[in-house]
Design a protein around this ligand. Structure first.
Ligand code: SF4
Length: 194
């Protein structure tokens, strides 16, 4: 099976890649993550995946332009995780499915399925919907079972491990530790710095 694997970042790619290879699959990576902000963080994550690709001899197709405006256009006013994350998954999985169809792949998947911090069931649901629309298979596996193994691999490799998911909202939620209050603050225009 020819599999196009959407890769959200270097550390999250390690377990899925080793797992797939153990099963005799050789995925091609696809980097498309306009959700990573700000630019210097985006660059750090691109470089981390370049290190992984070199170390593990992984072929990666890159969409490495900084896509802040594109992402903001899709998000619109979706500020809360339950609104914005499914849109964010869909944006990235649709791009992956399109690339997979154009490239003659049999299926696509995503390293988003590795993270314990993502809305796993939403990713699976969106992946299946996108697959049906693009008439290609969505390869699903619960890669979270390799969470610890993946972290150990990233530590051994010494690659950059990011402290937040990607967007400026997730950065604020990570550091403010007040995720439940953030939406209200943003809606009222009374947030930090307002
Ligand atoms: S938290 Fe992560 S998945 Fe959710 S919108 Fe932000 S970057 Fe996308």
């Amino acid at each position: 099976m020819r599999l196009l694997l959407h890769i959200c970042c270097g550390p999250c790619s390690l377990y899925p890649l080793s797992r797939l290879r153990r099963d005799g699959l050789e995925p091609v990576g696809y980097f498309f993550n306009p959700n990573i902000h700000p630019y210097m963080e985006f660059e750090r994550r691109v470089n981390a995946l370049r290190e992984v690709a070199k170390e593990f001899d992984l072929l990666v197709k890159w969409q490495a332009d900084y896509g802040l405006r594109e992402w903001m256009d899709v998000m619109g006013t979706a500020c809360l995780p339950e609104d914005r994350c499914p849109k964010c998954y869909r944006m990235r999985l649709e791009a992956t499915a399109r690339e997979a169809v154009d490239g003659g792949f049999d299926a696509f998947s995503s390293t988003l399925l590795y993270s314990r911090y993502q809305q796993h069931d939403k990713i699976r649901k969106v992946g299946k919907e996108v697959a049906s629309r693009f008439k290609i298979d969505f390869f699903y596996e619960d890669f979270r079972k390799g969470w610890v193994e993946g972290i150990e691999m990233a530590r051994e490799l010494g690659i950059y491990r990011q402290p937040y998911c990607g967007c400026i909202f997730s950065e604020a939620e990570r550091y403010l530790k007040r995720a439940h209050r953030l939406g209200n603050l943003l809606r009222s225009g009374d947030g930090p710095g307002a």
